[in-house]
Write a protein that binds this ligand. Sequence first.
Ligand code: ADP
Length: 243
Amino acid sequence: MIKLRGIAKSFGKQEVLKGIDLTVEKGEVVAILGPSGSGKTTLLRCINYLEKPNAGEISIDDFSVNCRKPAKKDIHLLRRKTAMVFQQYNLFRHKTALENVMEGLVVVKKLPKEEARRIGAELLEKVGLADKLDAYPSQLSGGQQQRVGIARALALNPEVILFDEPTSALDPELVGEVLAVIRKIAREGITMIIVTHEMGFAQDVANHIVFMEGGLVVEEGPPKVIFQAPKEERTRQFLARYT
Ligand code: ADP
């Protein structure tokens, strides 16, 4: 359903992604693990063209983007099929929780305001924020802001939601509520790719683990195999440090 072929990305002379191949099936929850600096976030950002890959191909269903010579309309389409949940939430500060979720529905999906409001309220209820529709980001905790971020991503009804270390900016006591929401929507069969350092969470919510190091996929497979019987020494060393 999502296929990455030979994704490469350099910043100046630094080769951050060295040719990533990855296939993600519909409904899969993929966790990308690996040491800091291995290119996980850059890969995620390449999937929706927040970073422009230097080479490779990104396919979603029956359409694909050739990253060497992408057509503008392909980039646009790719962005429509993906939604990102950011580490720092990236909410509009001057908009309420509901307005943040409605934005994509009105601007991207061109829905009438009333319908956008109804869907937005439903989604905020789904992430446990039914009583915070009119709150501004500054009036919400980090965990609540991130749940607004998740509702906003869901509103776009994307083929895949990309989570970039969604809990790493949160105080420890707020991590659980965000992971619980991600777990809940994972059970609904939404395809997700999650960059995370939460090993327990990855082990229990993902059905496909990708271990990256030095801009390459070192090893991938089901959590049982990766966590209990990794084939690669580098995976073993990484997991020994984290679990
Ligand atoms: P990870 O998510 O695995 O920690 P990143 O993808 O964030 O890794 O970063 C990989 C490398 O790319 C790092 O060395 C980082 O400094 C570099 N990098 C990431 N984004 C940029 C950028 N916009 N400009 C220059 N270097 C960057």
